[in-house]
Design a protein around this ligand. Structure first.
Ligand SMILES: [Zn+2]
Length: 372
């Protein structure tokens, strides 16, 4: 019976098993609508723009090198399909550059963006797209990290790099015939960035157990699946083979999508990324992001008591660095980064805990895993 004061729904719930709890959880998941990977898929861009309902004018954000590799071609392809397109040559991914491009986009009435390049041009495109509330397409010319599909952008500040929430690409067009022309080192680094999902998910599980942090098993499973897509084929990923790009690019894209699914970078960024960011601050520009992340993954897997040896073997097979020397960083820089890593994002609980590693523990960790 419904009695005075209570709503029928609440009364029914009460009758079924107690009062309704206060429930406020919300999660948004934004995904790309089209992911196209493979040989020669660049040619499909006009059709994709048409399917997505894009109308001009659009702009291609690209760098000097990547303009020659694919930027100009993308511009021509879109123009020949009747879309008006501008090429916007871009520099480093800084806030100033974001502001400059955003004002050009605004003045020219640009209605969609295509980011053509390695990390920085796509980071610029996704940040400007978010700021101007226009859609963008990601056309990677190298696959050095999972940022080609993720909703986060890494920007250079005046002193150090930082990462911000940006737009998810409407489409990702990854042409293996273009990607294979990038130096192999980039692909190896991209693979290492995906392998790091193993330790990122372990950290996330730990934070769930110890801190009751929300854990989304679907995004964690996708991130782990992506990592295994690389680990299971590590031997087949080698320089100069388009097939290698084909094997690696789908897990790399999937890893970025896992972040969209989680609504945070948790599934793809844990203690190994904290270590990498700490090292990037101490020794900026010395190694690629994925290369230092790979070193971090070996060491954090050791701390988690996971199979760090097999991760190390896979990184070696792919040709990614497994030692400080190979990553062009000093022993002392590795140790300082290990000791400082936990301070970078105190809200992100990981195996490094609240107090991090002592210098002695860092030294033992790095030498036992043969990183130093
Ligand atoms: Zn990364």
């Amino acid at each position: 019976m419904v009695t005075g004061g209570a709503s029928p729904l609440r009364a029914a719930a009460t009758a079924a098993g107690g009062p309704l709890e206060d429930f406020h959880k919300v999660r948004t998941m934004n995904f790309p609508r089209t992911v196209l990977a493979g040989h020669g898929v660049l040619e499909e861009l006009p059709k994709i723009c048409q399917t997505l309902g894009f109308v001009g004018p659009g702009a291609v954000i690209t760098g000097p090198t990547t303009q020659a590799i694919a930027g100009d071609r993308v511009g021509h392809l879109l123009e020949s399909s009747g879309l008006k397109v501008r090429i916007i040559p871009a520099g480093d991914a800084t806030l100033d550059e974001v502001a400059r491009i955003a004002s050009e986009v605004e003045q020219q009435g640009i209605r969609f963006l295509v980011g053509v390049g390695g990390g920085s041009k796509i980071d610029l495109a996704k940040t400007v797209a978010a700021r101007q509330r226009i859609p963008f397409i990601s056309v990677p010319t190298s696959a050095a990290h999972d940022g080609i599909s993720s909703p986060r952008a890494s920007l250079k500040g005046s002193r150090e790099a930082f990462s911000i929430e940006a737009a998810v690409p409407e489409a990702i067009v990854a042409d293996t015939s273009v990607l294979v022309r990038a130096p192999y080192r980039y692909l190896a680094a991209g693979c290492a960035d995906v392998i790091s999902n193993v330790t990122a998910v372990l950290d996330w599980q730990l934070a769930h157990r110890l801190r009751n942090e929300d854990f989304a098993s679907s995004s964690a499973a996708l991130a782990e699946y992506a990592a295994h897509g690389i680990l299971d084929h590590a031997r087949d990923i080698r320089p100069g083979k388009e097939e290698s790009v084909w094997i690696a690019i789908r897990p790399i894209i999937m890893s970025g999508i896992a972040m969209s699914m989680a609504g945070s970078s948790r599934p793809s960024s844990g203690s190994e990324h904290l270590f990498a960011h700490a090292l990037e601050r101490i020794a900026p520009g010395r190694a690629l992001h994925g290369e230092v992340v790979g070193l971090g993954t070996i060491m954090m897997a050791y701390l988690h008591n996971a199979d760090w040896k097999s991760l190390r073997v896979s990184l070696k097979e792919i040709g990614a660095p497994t030692t400080a020397h190979e990553a062009n960083v000093e022993r002392d820089e590795v140790l300082t980064a290990l000791v400082n890593a936990h301070t970078l994002r105190p809200e992100r609980y990981t195996i490094l805990g609240d107090n991090g590693l002592s210098r002695e523990a860092a030294e033992r960790l790095a030498s036992q895993t043969e990183v130093i």
